[in-house]
Ligand binder design. Sequence first.
Ligand code: ATP
Ligand code: MG
Length: 583
Amino acid sequence: MRTGVIRKSAAALRGAQGLADFEARGGAFRWEDVRARLEGLPGGGLNIAHEAVERHARGANASRIAFRFLRRDGTLTELDFARLSRLTNRYANVLRALGVGKGDRLFVLAGRIPELYVAVLGALKNGTVVSPLFSAFGPEPIATRIRLGAGSVLLTTASLYRRKVQGVRASLPGLRQVLVCGEGSEGIPGTIDLARSMDAASDEFEIPPTDPEDAALLHFTSGTTGTPKGAVHVHDAVLMHYMTGAVALDLHPDDVFWCTADPGWVTGTSYGILAPLLHGVTSLVDEADFDAERWYRILQDQRVSVWYTAPTAIRMLMKAGAQLRREYRFPALRFVASVGEPLNPEAVWWGAEVLGLPIHDNWWQTETGGILIANTAAMDIKPGSMGKPLPGIEAAIVHRRETGLDFVTAPGEEGELAIRRGWPSMFRGYLGEEERYRKCFAGDWYLTGDLARRDADGYYWFVGRADDVIKSAGHLIGPFEVESALMEHPAVAEAGVIGKPDETVGEVVKAFVSLKSGFEASEALRMELLGHARKRLGAAVAPKEIAFVASLPRTRSGKIMRRLLKARELGLPEGDTSTLESS
Ligand code: ATP
Ligand code: MG
């Protein structure tokens, strides 16, 4: 097992501090200083799309590439800020002509194609609330979300419309208009051809007055622990996208940034669309899904300098082996970050050793709208820790009590992660679930539902989701710790750990393990893994049972669904599986 801290070189720290000077202000951080770096609308107010697009399109960055779209077949389409401005103006005019206005809700159902990006930004310009859906959803999850979100207009492709929307359209009386794009989009009954409407629209558009508190985005959670919730975000969130783009992702003007998340998840919008634009940075968008060779080739050929990805992808690259990695060179790559799930220490070390760069884990949720806790470029990394709260973010470890919150002060003690309310991208509601929203708060504090601990240096360590924590013989066991220990064994590619009800000890720890290529499941290997875990974790925490599986059930955003492992183990109903990735 490797332990220790990954120290940053003096040069890395110097470079990072050049832009991340918010951090240098330490306790003096004020959100108003971030606001001052943005422009605001000419007549007052704040609109995300103005800051992300117009501010650059009318300035020195007009001809800088905003998006570089890599199509499935390898061809490229580039949009500079000036053109992005004109296209999003047209799109806003298309909406306006349809009678879609401020506060109305647009759903977007498409792969990672230019039309989606133009639609999101164009809708924001128009004051229309936008909710990008994941294109792999089936008809029911799509219809449920549009219904819940009271969507009045949908943008999709002709092919997705035929396959997924047409059949449920009758159940969506509130959905007044459907715009379709792509091949075969002309003449589909009940739809409007986007290309034709765009041609007819003007490319001049004046953003209407927008209040920072006006709703902007609607994002559904991943559904890891239950039915996905719809989180509402406002235009003021742009402060957070901007600040975290600088401090957590270390974006500099000449960067080529690649966020691998789909805009159907909050990461793919906050960071796959908005944060890089806010910094005038070129964003690479790959239409295709994960493929180890393709991804290494993209990092190399597109000269990606800042890469934001997820633990599941990193584990898949680890599984693909170091040999493949050696066939590529990444001289431009200088900063790698990860979000979505705990990043096992093994993965951070793999980054340092095999990729040549350590991976910076950061933590946030759909509800938080942006990164709150991070390993930044200007910090030494403690592998396995999610880092420290960013400027402007006050975090605490708490216990909920009848009488209020108990704040943990002792380093290393576990409790629920709480954030003091008031950061700009905090969600303003769960759609249709006021009571649930209210219950997320205790006084000034937002309760995240995640368990964590803080060490003496102020680094936060993820323990597990409150729902996943295992209670065994008086111990509270976080699945992440057990999974990370199993992953240290050379045969293990991935592990998912659950508590299985047991009469004597409450719950026993059971692990589901998938193996790296070249390893075979056997009784001998099972015994070896049980022994390895016991040595690393002690008998009280180590799994009592290990099952070998080909793969683990995960959400389409890449998170291990422990609740499904558990339901299947116990023969219970599987619950909402709308976000389950089909293998
Ligand atoms: P649902 O709320 O529907 O069950 P979800 O919580 O997975 O789904 P998201 O908002 O996409 O939906 O994910 C946020 C959660 O992901 C966090 O609460 C946390 O449990 C986990 N997470 C994200 N980043 C990290 C990280 N760096 N380390 C550990 N856990 C993380
Ligand atoms: Mg959640």
